[in-house]
Design a protein around this ligand. Structure first.
Ligand code: PYC
Length: 321
């Protein structure tokens, strides 16, 4: 019997949201930049993405992080993020998980580390005082403010389309309590918003899809400033406050004049975990966000893909009879 394909991984969670960093066993990707390599992964090696993050080895909540070489001499590594539905642009909780993983493996030099993602370079560092990890994210900005959506369940909602490394629709007047016990209703309205965004052909300026829905509400803990439910492509909600979603939120707060540069915004997730976040104004408009959160290693091991296993590449349409 031929040998299984072996993929070495380290799992962590960032404020409740899991990340699986691939250490070895990935196919060689063609391309010079991380953006080129991400395109090659999507076009020619999608089996690898689905094997790593889809059931039965993963689940729809899990985000994968594939470390690849970077040609940017200022970057320690490149990284491509993906989930059960496809590739992500950037991933804030994932970057915190990557930095915690590099530290765990003894591969993190002291001081800031720069990572090249398909949508730009981010810089991260462990903040000594709190053991939190700070991520200076890509420029974030509001693309369209005050969009009205007519939902197919009869509701009308309003919101902003913003970029935080992924495309977001941020909405406050959804009419739902941001509480875990209200999850079915939150999923229902987020799906209806996604359908409306698609029907109305709304996308980001760089043609990235608006594929994340961020429902906002008041914080439960008075020490925090807001609570969010972030619905991700693939149908899972982010257990963390979502790093790219919090960056998009900072862009909206700046655009609406409700948060000053450097002022800390504490964003709660649906499960009550928190990211601290702040921004500087970007010279080209929008904001340069920083988010801070904590991550813990949860497992380390090897995924095995046996040639006779019909689900070695995940439970994906081609494996379902
Ligand atoms: O933290 O940016 C994030 C993120 C995106 C999708 C899941 N988490």
């Amino acid at each position: 019997m031929s040998k299984p394909v072996a993929i070495t991984i380290v799992d962590s969670h960032t404020e409740g949201e899991p990340t699986r960093v691939v250490i070895a066993g990935a196919p060689a990707l063609a391309g010079r930049t991380v953006q080129d390599m991400a395109a090659d992964l999507a076009a020619h090696h999608d089996w690898f993405r689905s094997a790593v993050v889809c059931e039965p080895r993963g689940n729809e909540v899990l985000v994968g992080a594939l470390l690849v070489p970077s040609t940017d001499p200022t970057c320690a590594t490149g990284v491509i993020y993906f989930n059960s539905a496809g590739l992500l642009g950037m991933c804030g909780h994932g970057t915190i998980g990557v930095v915690r993983t590099l530290a765990h493996l003894g591969q993190l030099a002291p001081g800031p580390v720069r990572l090249e993602t398909p949508v730009g370079v981010v810089e991260a560092q462990i903040s000594g005082a709190t053991d939190g990890i700070e991520v200076a994210n890509v420029r974030s900005f509001v693309h369209r403010a005050g969009v009205t959506l007519q939902l197919d369940d009869g509701r009308t909602v309003h919101g902003d389309i913003a970029w935080g490394g992924n495309g977001f629709f941020l909405c406050e007047d959804h009419g739902e309590a941001i509480e875990l016990r209200n999850l079915p209703a939150l999923n229902h309205v987020a799906c209806a918003i996604q359908r409306a965004l698609e029907r109305d052909g709304l996308s980001m300026v760089n043609s990235y899809p608006v594929d994340h829905v961020e429902l906002l509400g008041p914080a439960r803990d008075p020490a925090n400033h807001g609570r969010s439910f972030v619905y991700c492509p693939g149908g899972a909600y982010d257990r963390s406050p979502c790093g790219t979603g919090t960056s998009a939120k900072l862009a909206c707060l700046e655009a609406h004049g409700t948060l000053a540069p450097g002022e800390v915004w504490r964003q709660e997730s649906l499960i009550g975990s928190v990211f601290d976040a702040w921004y500087a104004r970007a010279p080209q408009g929008g904001v340069l966000p920083t988010i801070r959160g904590r991550a813990w290693i949860t497992a380390q091991g090897t995924l095995l893909l046996h040639p006779t296993d019909p689900y070695r590449h995940g439970i994906v349409p081609s494996a379902v009879r």
